[in-house]
Write a protein that binds this ligand. Structure first.
Ligand SMILES: [Zn+2]
Length: 68
């Protein structure tokens, strides 16, 4: 069974489209990158929180598919 990839944040928008922000780790640094628009930034702390903020603000994607 494949390992669950916890290094990304997936959210659906109101139109049911999936948006994914990936969290990449390079040493102690983390970079988060949005698959939809190419937005990226460094986030040493709470990268998942920043990813969720981007998804909500840029794509109105707030529906967690794990909870839907
Ligand atoms: Zn984006």
């Amino acid at each position: 069974m494949p390992q669950i990839d916890s290094s990304k944040v997936s959210r659906w928008d109101l139109h049911g489209r999936a948006h994914v922000v990936r969290v990449q780790r390079t040493g102690v640094r983390r970079t988060i990158r949005c698959d939809t628009c190419g937005w990226h930034r460094g986030a040493q702390f709470l990268p998942w929180l920043k990813a969720q903020e981007h998804l909500a603000q840029a794509h109105q994607a707030t529906v967690d598919p794990a909870r839907a």
